[in-house]
Each structure stands twice: as structure tokens, then as C-alpha cells.
Design a protein around this ligand. Structure first.
Ligand code: AFD
Ligand code: MN
Ligand code: MN
Length: 413
């Protein structure tokens, strides 16, 4: 888009929104300050158990992962933090990593523990980790989480995200009540070591890798556990961790109502934990989620600042950096559209039982083309007007392949 065309579109939008009493500058500054963390595992080509097709030039170590996120930050200005996964990303030299991140203007988002793989620790997680019937295995899993906290402290992170693969594959395999009890007790031990300025983000997921029962299958179970831990434990909503057609925006509203929403793992889904690019399948759902978030924050259910934002997606067939650029754009667009909702009018429609009117209010916002707005926010922050076009024009993937090698696969995964 030429810069004069951009200016014309912006003027038009400004006039259009101005007539509804919306000031474009306050919108732009909100969009510009909204930052979404990127996980270290999203930088390599994803895969399935059937195969993994490398894109080439993937980051071979933690330093190169930071470089990729630094690049995303520079182009999009929509991310400023990385979320690390232990043991995949154990820093060899903490000071050097801190310095590198600081140079790239990146901070360390929540740390992720891993008790879903056997990666060389003495005891096996085949029958579960924090929920295992064997106290020695539970202890090992708790200690791993404590080690993750220590690494996070050394890097300046402020959160621990726990996703548990624990559950059972067949009826009768596990004692469902005891598994929940052991998990809660293990998490209490971890929570006791959480620094005062940290939060614990507890994920849930209905199935996979266990297909009969999962110890923390849904937001309600996660919330029950968090309640038993303390104020700093909250529920993390990963958009892909729901059964098809679940009303996720309702979950968000309910959690905010209880001040129990830790944050998000953004992705999109057609069937299950597909980890598709955010906004590629259900952009309207994403918009409705942001409507609840904005409403919840405005009505003081929970502060905007208390919520963490992260992408958790995978991309079997795309260049991961291009995919992340698209995802950051889609999230910014959903947020921008939700900011356009005439909340006063919506409340009026709700009070008067005007169902048609309420839908009109939502769709009027959703159907507004906000691309110019999001682009302007990025330009004002010093980013590229069109990050994807820039990435392609500069042949960045080819440069990364030249630097790191055609066969370079992301480390750790
Ligand atoms: C898996 C889980 C979950 C988690 C991630 C990192 O499905 O989304 O956040 O691993 O541990 O993808
Ligand atoms: Mn997740
Ligand atoms: Mn997942």
C-alpha cells in the first residue's frame, strides 16, 4: 500500500469513527501498546507424528531463538517477550543470554515446565508426573518445576506455566480422585516456592496425549485447583484446548468475573488442539473473546494488566516467522475491532431485550476494516508498515538458511 493511499484510508476511517464519537488516536495508542509474547517452540517448523518438514534456517540454539523473536519485534512491534521451555531452553550462560535479550529489547515471559516427555531424568512419566501414584516420581516432577522457577528467576521472568499431560488412556487405569488429589498436593508444593511477584498459570486440556481421562481437562478443574493454591494461581486459556464448539468467550467472562483469568495461549482450531494460526479459522470467535476481555476490564472484573498474552501455535506447512507475523496481525485486528464496539449502545440493547440491535452493534464493529488502523499503530511504534511484504522482499528466510544451514532444525523440540 502506498503511503498516500494509507493516509487517505486513515483519514476516511478517522471521519467514519469520529461520527460515532470514537477518537482514532486513543485507539491507535491502545493497539500500539498491546504486546503478545512468543514461545521459543514456535520458531521451528511444526510437525505431526507422521513427519516433520524443516523449513531450513531454523534457530539452532537459544541465542538464535532470541534473534528470531528480536526480528519479529523489530518488524511488527507487537511482541517484546519470549516464553521459554525447560529443558529445551536451558541457558548455558545466563548473563550472556540476559544481555542478548536486552540488546534485542526482549524480556522473559512465563517459563514453561515439561513433565510430558522422558528427557533423561531418572524416573519415567509414562504413568503421569504430578499425579503419579509413586511419590518419588511426583517429587521428581515437583523438583523439575522448582528448577524451572530458579532458571526463570535468574532471567527476570515473573511466571510459571504448567501444562500437564497427566491422565489415563483406558477406563480403570487411574484412580481419578486420587490423581486429582496428588496433582493438587504437588502443585501446592510448587506454589509454596513461587516468588511473591510471580504468578502460576495453570493450563487445562480435554484430551491428548491421554484419550480416556485428563487430570485437568477443563477450566473448572483448573479453577478449583487454583482456588486451593492461592491468589497468584490463575487459569490459562489455550484456545485450542476445548472440545469443538465450546463457548470460549463465556469461559473468559466467567473467569474474569472470579478474577481467575491468568492469560491466553492464542492459536486457532477446527477440531482440537490443532495449533493453527490465530485468526485463520474463527476470527469472529477471537473478536468475541476480546469483547469480553475489554468489557471485563472496563467494568473492573479484572485488570487488563493482570492478563498475560502469548501465542502457542505450530505450523506444519508455513514459514514459522511468516506465520507469527500473521498471528500477531490477526490478534491486533481482533483487539482493534473489539475496541470499536459501542458498549453503551450494547448495554442499552441488552437492557431493553433488543436482540437484533445487540447483534447489529457487534457486527458493526466486527465488519469494520481495521487494517489501516493496525498498520498506523505499527508505523507510529517504529515498525514496518507491511511486515510480511518486508520479510519477503528482504528474503529473510533465504538469509537465515545461508547463515544457519538448509538442514538447521529448531533445537529442543
Ligand atoms: C503443548 C500443550 C500446551 C502447552 C505446550 C507447552 O498442548 O499447549 O502450552 O505444550 O508446554 O503444546
Ligand atoms: Mn498451550
Ligand atoms: Mn496445546
Amino acid at each position: 500500500m502506498s503511503s498516500s493511499f494509507h493516509q487517505k484510508s486513515l483519514d476516511l476511517l478517522s471521519e467514519q469513527l469520529g461520527s460515532k464519537g470514537i477518537h482514532i488516536n486513543s485507539l491507535i495508542s491502545k493497539i500500539a501498546t498491546f504486546q503478545i509474547a512468543v514461545p521459543s517452540w514456535a520458531l521451528g517448523a511444526g510437525g505431526t507424528r507422521f513427519g516433520r518438514f524443516s523449513i531450513g534456517g531454523e534457530p539452532r540454539n537459544l541465542e538464535e531463538k532470541l534473534e528470531d523473536i528480536g526480528l519479529l519485534a523489530k518488524l511488527t512491534k507487537r511482541t517484546d517477550a519470549v516464553s521459554l521451555h525447560i529443558p529445551w531452553d536451558i541457558p548455558q550462560d545466563v548473563q550472556a543470554i540476559r544481555q542478548k535479550a536486552a540488546d534485542l529489547q526482549i524480556s522473559f515471559d512465563a517459563m514453561n515446565s515439561n513433565t510430558f516427555q522422558d528427557y533423561g531424568q531418572p524416573l519415567s512419566y509414562k504413568m503421569g508426573s504430578l499425579s503419579n501414584a509413586d511419590p518419588a516420581i511426583r517429587k521428581q516432577a515437583v523438583e523439575h518445576n522448582l528448577q524451572v522457577i530458579e532458571i526463570g528467576k535468574s532471567l527476570g521472568s515473573k511466571g510459571l506455566t504448567v501444562w500437564l499431560a497427566d491422565g489415563s488412556n483406558f477406563p480403570g487405569q487411574a484412580h481419578i480422585r486420587k490423581a486429582l488429589q496428588w496433582t493438587t498436593e504437588s502443585l501446592k508444593e510448587i506454589y509454596a516456592s513461587l516468588p511473591a511477584d510471580w504468578k502460576l498459570l495453570l493450563e487445562y486440556k480435554p484430551y491428548e496425549p491421554n484419550f480416556y481421562h485428563t487430570v485437568i481437562p477443563d477450566w473448572g478443574t483448573s479453577a478449583l485447583i487454583c482456588r486451593q493454591l492461592g491468589d497468584r494461581a490463575k487459569v490459562l486459556v489455550d484456545l485450542g484446548h476445548h472440545l469443538p464448539n465450546t463457548n470460549i468467550e463465556q469461559i473468559v467472562a466467567t473467569l474474569m468475573h472470579q478474577n481467575l483469568l491468568a492469560g491466553f495461549h492464542f492459536n486457532d482450531s477446527k477440531y482440537g488442539d490443532d495449533d493453527l494460526s490465530t485468526g485463520s479459522v474463527k476470527p469472529y470467535q477471537l473478536f468475541l473473546i476480546f469483547c469480553e476481555l475489554i468489557g471485563g476490564a472496563e467494568e473492573n472484573a479484572q485488570t487488563w494488566e493482570s492478563i498475560s498474552w502469548m501465542i502457542d501455535a505450530s505450523h506444519n506447512t508455513k514459514d514459522p516467522l511468516e506465520d507469527l507475523i500473521q498471528a500477531l496481525e490477526a490478534i491486533s485486528q481482533a483487539y482493534a475491532k473489539a475496541l470499536l464496539v459501542d458498549r453503551k449502545k450494547l448495554a442499552l440493547c441488552q437492557n431493553e431485550g433488543d436482540v437484533v440491535g445487540a447483534q447489529e452493534v457487534l457486527q458493526d464493529a466486527f465488519l469494520t476494516d481495521v487494517r489501516t488502523l493496525v498498520c498506523e499503530a505499527r508505523i507510529q511504534s517504529g515498525g514496518e508498515a507491511d511486515p510480511l511484504a518486508f520479510y519477503r522482499k528482504e528474503k529473510i528466510r533465504a538469509k537465515l538458511i545461508a547463515q544457519r544451514g538448509k538442514g538447521a532444525q529448531a533445537s529442543g523440540l
